[in-house]
Design a protein around this ligand. Sequence first.
Ligand code: GLA
Length: 334
Amino acid sequence: MMHVFAPGRVNLIGDHTDYTGGMVLPMAIDLGTTVRGDRGGDTIVLRSDACEGVAAVPITVSDPSSVVPEWARYVAGVVAELRPRQGFVGEITTTLPLGAGLSSSASLEVAVALAIGDERDPLRLAQLCQRAEHVGAGVPCGIMDQLIVAAAVEGHALMIDCHSLERRAVRIPDDVAIYAVHCGEERRLMGSAYADRRADCAAAQAVVGPLCEADIDQVERIADERVRRRARHVVSENDRVRSFARAIERGDHVRAGVLMNESHRSLRDDFEVSTTTLDQLVDGLCATPGVFGARVTGAGFGGCAVVLATRSAEITGWRLWPSAAARVSGEVFR
Ligand code: GLA
């Protein structure tokens, strides 16, 4: 019997930057997806403790985006990209809240890919699962989620340059606590609004070239007001990721928190992926004793805020621990 675990992730800072080759700083978490089962036959058959129905995906599946139930499209996307030689029968259990911005989908994709295939190189595994999300769920996501799930280092976050795909492990100090707090709102409009933001960034790049190389003066000269704001977010967020990593590494949690708060304002005002409920949650968290900073995490449009706090701060949410990458039967591949 195979036993695969793939973590979820929380992004500490650097949102809506990955698909323009920018900087991100996600951390794998101790919540995640487990797949147990055996290979054989010519269909991938998976039940889930979190979703209705059975995923029954033939290894020859040709249109993963039309598979039902809907959650099985993530499985079907992986099958279509990986083309396994044999099927798999097993069960999925998850400790991750679904659709909360903690990468339940990337976690599921990587767990399924490790269970049904032999790809163990973290980058290739992540790229395969990113394509799976594109063809299965129809979300044109970047590489961040799948790469942190496949390549995380225990005790650390990873600063990833999404252009060069270089990764640097950034140790999470022992004297801070990281939380995810759900705003109570399910994520809405995810597919279409996400694609709209990508299109805005593409429009900006048509004017100033790659946003990962642009500076703020170039961006301020973009004529279209909305496109200018989107680009301003991306360029300033790339800087904040680098500054945050430096601050955390020198133990300056106060500065790290300020950068998180700035990131939230930029995602709220310039990138427009927050919601009133999320804004109120973040304001309340920032006013809580012991909190260094808080921000919306992941794609936005609902879901979770991530919080950096002292270990004694009283926060109601998931306390998250920096965890290792996905693993097969206990063995971590990196
Ligand atoms: C989703 C996508 C990622 C990334 C974030 C926003 O989680 O899957 O690729 O773009 O949104 O930072």
